[in-house]
Every structure is written in structure tokens, then in C-alpha cells.
Write a protein that binds this ligand. Structure first.
Ligand SMILES: C[S@@+](CC[C@H](N)C(=O)[O-])C[C@H]1O[C@@H](n2cnc3c(N)ncnc32)[C@H](O)[C@@H]1O
Length: 404
């Protein structure tokens, strides 16, 4: 699309609830301006380079959208007129497949399904009139996604720039995680941000599962762009600037190479460890790390019960972890002498292990269980509400004091 190269876009980056303020900080470092945290995301402005960089470099966002059109509306016909008025033919080809999603807040509309249909009709009719061809709908893996948000009066249409959600970094193979409950990568990065972990600090995840937290940390330490190994929706749009995009990717590759050289030159500079009681998890975590573009030796993996874990490094650092939680753990163990659940016994053992060997460490635990501090036998210093998908959780922050 012939458009001045420095055109400012109105953008929105979605993220897990609870990470909005951290996402503002991250987007600002990527050049975003006029950032405003809203529930579940951040509104911001930036040129095309900022929009691409947010996709390539944001560790916290789930998706980046570009606002395309906005108007006051009263009914579904207004939504049709709005979507029909956009010059979609400048943005994507009618041969592309399409998906439309609508979200609403205090909207007077009776049916969101019908609203979705009308917006889709507006787009399809427009492209058919202009090009003689109509895009087909594909709800599973569309080439182009349009999001609409309707509130009490305003309707806004967004074009998705990300495609697959950004937490899909491209290093996890789909089949391998069946049966376990891996954290989304951007939530793992969010825990590290809320814990104020920096690559200079030792990090340990004693319930590491597939290794998500340790791998996110290692990608940060090695300055690997989270989107380095994947493609994005904006690459399929007609206004895509391939020269700019290849420059941004080349810069990212250069940064990763120079970080690797720098770390290889400073013995022991990155101190990240992960352990899990399940051997298969460790096999998987090790493989995932290498797929994520990190040298195998960068993370120290061990098969270990968290209730018996020694501190993995001589210096104190930060524990960031999400032990098992949810319905799967409600089953009570009849063998526990005091009738406490097996889960409670495991948490008590974990708390004891921390007090025994982790003096000086800061400990951050994500859990949906409000009773966690009592189970660990520790008093939390911080408690931050966060959503793991639909599950309401808290990130509990503790400090482990040395023997007195
Ligand atoms: C919720 S999952 C962690 C998922 C992980 N954050 C990821 O992204 O893959 C909890 C993990 O704790 C492990 N686990 C359960 N009990 C444990 C124990 N006593 N010691 C160490 N690991 C344990 C399970 O094998 C599981 O992998």
C-alpha cells in the first residue's frame, strides 16, 4: 500500500490479565508511544517498525492488533456499513482465507454471532464488488484475522498482525505436552518480569515440567528474540514491508550471535537451573531448550523431588515456579497420617527444603490455591493476581531468611 514509511499506527497488544503494566514497560523499550494499560492489554501507537518489533520481541504480549476503523454504532447494520467501508482490498487479497471475531463490553447488541456475521458480510461484499472474488472463511487456520470490539457506543475493527498467538514461539512440538500442563510462554515471561529477575541473577524452577520458565529466561539471557523462529500474520498482508522485516530479523540474529559470544567469554555468566520429579519432563525440557536456539549447557537440568532440592548455585538467586494445582490435586491421600492431601504434604516438604537450603533467595510461586503460604509454612511479602488462561491465580512472593 503506498503509504508514507513513518505512518503511525494505532495498535493494541493483548496479554494475560495482571501483566498490563509490565507490558507497557516492555513496549516502551521497543519504541511504542502513548501506551495505555487496559484490562487484558495495552493500547499504544507506533510506526510499522514498532508494530513489527512488538511481534518479534515482545515476551509478554499474546497478540498485536492494528486498529483499522472506528465509528459510533447502534445496530448490526451500522457494523455492516463500517466493515464495508474499509479498503480491505489494500490490505489483503480476496484469495486469502478469513476469520472474524467479536468481543463486547456493555454492548446493546442481542447476538454477537449475528454481529460477527454482519461484519464478515461487510468485508466479503466489499472484496467481491472491488475484485470480483470473495475470500473464504476458515476458522481454524485463517490467513487473515479481523477482530472487532464493540462497547456501549463505539465499534472498532482491528487487523491482526500476529497470526498464531505470540506465546507460540515455535520451539514446542504439539504432541509432546499432552497430559502435562505447560505454562504459556508469555505468562512464564510475565512471572520473570514480576519477579524482577535479570540475567545476572541465578534462577531456579524446581517444578519445571517442560521447562517453560527456564527456557524463557535463557532466551532473555541469550538475547534471542521470542519470535525468531516463527512466522507472523503481517507477512501475508499486501502492505507488508519485506525489506524492513528482513532488516529487523537480521538485527535480531546479530544480537543473538553477539550475546552468545559474550556469554561464552564470561565463564558461568548464565546460571539457570530446572528440575522435576518426572524424568520424561526433563528429557523434554532439554530438547525444548535446544529447539529454542539456546546451547544445551546453558540450563542445569536435574530429576529431583522439590521437597529434597538443594540450592543449585552457591549464590542466592530467584526461584520462579508453578507447582501442580487445580482439580487434579483435590484428591485426598488416605495414606497421609494427618489426612492432609498429598499436595499439601508436597508443599510442606517444598517449604521445608527452601528454609533449609535457600537462605537469601527470593521465591515466587504461581498458584490458584489461596492456602499456599500456609502449606509452605511461609508468610508471603507480595501477592499479585494473575490469570493462567481462565484460572484465577496469584503470584506469591516470599523471602527466605537465613538461620537466626
Ligand atoms: C504445573 S506443572 C509445571 C509446568 C511447567 N511450568 C511448564 O511450563 O511445563 C507441575 C510440574 O511439577 C512436577 N512435580 C509434581 N510434584 C513434584 C515434586 N514433588 N517435585 C518436583 N516436581 C514435581 C510435575 O511433574 C509437573 O511437571
Amino acid at each position: 500500500m503506498p503509504e508514507e514509511p513513518r505512518a503511525q499506527f494505532e495498535l493494541f497488544a493483548a496479554c494475560p490479565r495482571g501483566l498490563e503494566a509490565a507490558l507497557v514497560d516492555e513496549l516502551q523499550t521497543l519504541g511504542a508511544v502513548d501506551c495505555r494499560a487496559l484490562g487484558g492489554g495495552v493500547r499504544f501507537r507506533g510506526d510499522r517498525a514498532v508494530a513489527y518489533a512488538a511481534n518479534l520481541w515482545s515476551r509478554l504480549a499474546s497478540r498485536v492488533l492494528r486498529a483499522i476503523a472506528q465509528r459510533r454504532y447502534r445496530d448490526d447494520d451500522d457494523l455492516y456499513r463500517l466493515s464495508n467501508s474499509v479498503e480491505w482490498e489494500r490490505l489483503f487479497d480476496a484469495g486469502r482465507t478469513l476469520r472474524v471475531d467479536v468481543s463486547a463490553q456493555r454492548s446493546p447488541l442481542r447476538s454477537l454471532n449475528f454481529a460477527t456475521l454482519r461484519i464478515k458480510d461487510g468485508i466479503v461484499d466489499r472484496l467481491r464488488t472491488v475484485s470480483g472474488e470473495r475470500p473464504s472463511i476458515d476458522t481454524r487456520s485463517p490467513d487473515v484475522r479481523v477482530f472487532a470490539h464493540v462497547d456501549a457506543r463505539q465499534a472498532t475493527l482491528y487487523l491482526d498482525l500476529s497470526g498464531e498467538p505470540l506465546f507460540k514461539r515455535g520451539w514446542r512440538s504439539g504432541a509432546e505436552d499432552k497430559g502435562s500442563a505447560p505454562l504459556k510462554e508469555n505468562l512464564a515471561a510475565g512471572l520473570l518480569a514480576l519477579a524482577r529477575w535479570t540475567p545476572a541473577m541465578p534462577l531456579y524452577d524446581p517444578f519445571c515440567g517442560s521447562g517453560t520458565i527456564a527456557i524463557e529466561a535463557a532466551q532473555r539471557a541469550f538475547d534471542v528474540a521470542p519470535g525468531a523462529a516463527r512466522s507472523f500474520g503481517f507477512e501475508r498482508l499486501l502492505d507488508h514491508d519485506a525489506v524492513l522485516w528482513s532488516r529487523l530479523r537480521d538485527e535480531a540474529a546479530l544480537r543473538a550471535r553477539s550475546a552468545r559470544r559474550r556469554i561464552a567469554g564470561e565463564a558461568g555468566a548464565v546460571r539457570i537451573a530446572g528440575s522435576d520429579v518426572d524424568r520424561d519432563c526433563i528429557v523434554r525440557a532439554r530438547r525444548n531448550l535446544v529447539h529454542a536456539g539456546i546451547p544445551e549447557a546453558a540450563v542445569a537440568w536435574r530429576v529431583l523431588d522439590a521437597g529434597r532440592a538443594p540450592a543449585p548455585f552457591g549464590d542466592p538467586g530467584v526461584v520462579v515456579t508453578n507447582p501442580p494445582y487445580g482439580e487434579r490435586l483435590q484428591a485426598r491421600s488416605s495414606s497421609a497420617p494427618d489426612g492432609a492431601s498429598r499436595h499439601e504434604a508436597a508443599m510442606r516438604a517444598f517449604g521445608a527444603a527452601l528454609k533449609k537450603d535457600f537462605a537469601g533467595w527470593r521465591v515466587w510461586v504461581l498458584s490458584s490455591d489461596a492456602e499456599l503460604p500456609r502449606q509452605l509454612g511461609m508468610q508471603e511479602r507480595r501477592r499479585t493476581p494473575l490469570f493462567n488462561g481462565a484460572i484465577e491465580c496469584r503470584l506469591f512472593g516470599f523471602e527466605v531468611y537465613g538461620p537466626r
